[in-house]
Design a protein around this ligand. Structure first.
Ligand code: ADP
Length: 434
């Protein structure tokens, strides 16, 4: 439930951020592109107008067919006044707004003509009126249409005035098409990004989910292990059997050992979560052969007492020092040797050896000739509370030893693995990076 909510919230957050970024970039791109389109349209209109002006000025007689051809070429509407009379040559049905605009512009011209000395800047073009002659070009550029008007040899109100109006429909259509395309692309992009965010955050949360599952399994396992000695103590307290005190004592000791192992694991979990790993006051440069020799000397009597043999094999030349926590490394070797002891029969032989790999890694090896570990369990034995055959297990074993060993190796930046020993038994190999 918690993960589902977290997943939804993360997805929504990622989707919102990506949508905001995508929309911002789309709007920026559209505004730049629309501005460029507008500028191109203005330039092309001015070019058309200049061409038209040039052609008109060169004509001695202006014919209908010439004007119609010019209209067609420029894709615009041409209006012409010859000595104040409109020169009708084209069909303006359906173009009433342009006609109105053209008449307005023309009357502006006439008004200008009656105010001598007038100079005005319109859209960057200068119109000046000397009272004698209006020279210049006025241009209008609106969203709806582009327009330009020029008076040619207009003396005392006489002369030729022509006006070019270019409908903005094509431009608007292009802008609209571009906006729709961007809207669709943005919607598609947002959908794809939301899906990606959903899958990505799902993957991102996976380790958290797994860690919580491990935590729950751990608490379940611990409660289960603690319940057994408690049940024994309670029933012994009720029935008061002959060795009541002894039973309570041994069960309490068992519980104490379990609690110690649980505490150790939880402390190492905390250390493994810290970026520095092993605390600085515990970290030392350790001579690996000395470490193995110490472990051998302290464990050998125990192995011998059980009628089994512990051997030590050290390399001839000294190996590089290892940076780590000597107490934890001793515990690692104890766990591996105690397991080897527990899972070997008579004539048990346990070999503790040290070597360096071709890649320069330091290798601790604990080999036994015991019962071995089935292939399908070899990955699982490092999990907490996992035992290969829990039904036939001594109550002294909680299934925590190898998970502690793995945490110790993680703390030292190394790894632990198990393989079958030739001729039966198991080999536990601990790799320390150089
Ligand atoms: P336990 O306290 O039960 O020994 P461990 O985590 O140390 O827990 O080991 C997990 C399981 O792996 C054991 O229950 C046992 O079945 C198997 N195992 C560990 N070491 C050996 C070994 N040297 N030989 C055979 N089986 C082993």
């Amino acid at each position: 439930m918690l993960f589902k909510r977290l997943h939804r919230q993360f997805t929504a957050l990622c989707a919102l951020i990506t949508m905001a970024i995508l929309s911002l970039f789309s709007v920026l791109y559209l505004s730049v592109s629309e501005r460029t389109l507008w500028e191109n349209r203005t330039l092309s209109f001015q070019h058309d107008f200049d061409t038209l002006c040039g052609s008109l000025e060169q004509q001695t007689a202006i014919t209908h067919s010439f004007l119609l051809r010019m209209e067609q070429n420029s894709g615009s509407l041409i209006f012409l006044w010859d000595n104040h009379s409109p020169f009708a040559f084209n069909d303006l049905a359906g173009h009433e707004p342009y006609l109105e605009q053209a008449e307005r512009l023309y009357s502006d011209y006439l008004a200008l003509f009656s105010s001598p000395g007038y100079t005005k800047v319109t859209n960057g073009r200068i119109i000046s009126c000397t009272g004698e002659q209006i020279v210049g070009i006025t241009t209008i550029f609106t969203g709806q249409m582009s327009g330009a008007q020029k008076a040619v040899s207009l003396q005392q109100g006489q002369g030729l005035v022509f006006l070019l109006l270019s409908p903005g429909d094509a431009y608007h259509e292009r802008i609209l098409r571009q906006r729709i395309l961007f809207l669709l692309l943005s919607l598609g992009g947002c959908g794809a990004l939301t899906l990606f965010a959903y899958l990505f955050t799902g993957r991102l949360l996976m380790p958290v989910r797994e860690s919580q599952k491990r935590q729950i399994d751990f608490v379940n396992g611990a409660s289960h292990e603690l319940r057994t000695p408690l049940a024994v103590i309670i029933s012994a307290a009720q029935a008061r059997p002959p060795h009541f005190e002894e039973t309570v004592r041994s069960e309490a000791l068992r519980m104490g050992r379990l609690v110690d192992e649980l505490l150790l694991l939880s402390r190492m979990d905390a250390q493994n979560l810290r970026p520095e790993g092993i605390p600085a006051d515990k970290r030392q440069a350790i001579q690996p052969d000395t470490l193995l020799l110490d472990a051998f000397e302290s464990l050998e009597p125990l192995v011998r007492d059980r009628g089994k043999t512990l051997r030590l094999s050290l390399p001839e030349k000294p190996l590089p020092r290892l940076k780590g926590d000597p107490d934890r490394l001793r515990r690692l070797l104890e766990i591996l040797v105690e397991n080897a002891l527990a899972y070997t029969g008579e004539n048990g032989l346990i070999t503790l050896s040290l070597e360096s790999s071709s890649a320069g890694e330091l290798l601790f090896r604990v080999q036994d000739n015991g019962i071995g570990i089935p292939r399908e369990s070899q990955d699982k034995i490092f999990e907490r509370f996992y035992r290969v055959d829990s039904a036939h297990h001594s109550r002294e074993h909680f299934g925590l030893g190898l998970s502690i060993a793995r945490e110790i190796m993680k703390l030292h930046g190394g790894s632990i693995e198990v393989t079958d020993a030739p001729g039966g038994g198991s080999i536990f190999l601990c790799r320390f990076p150089v």
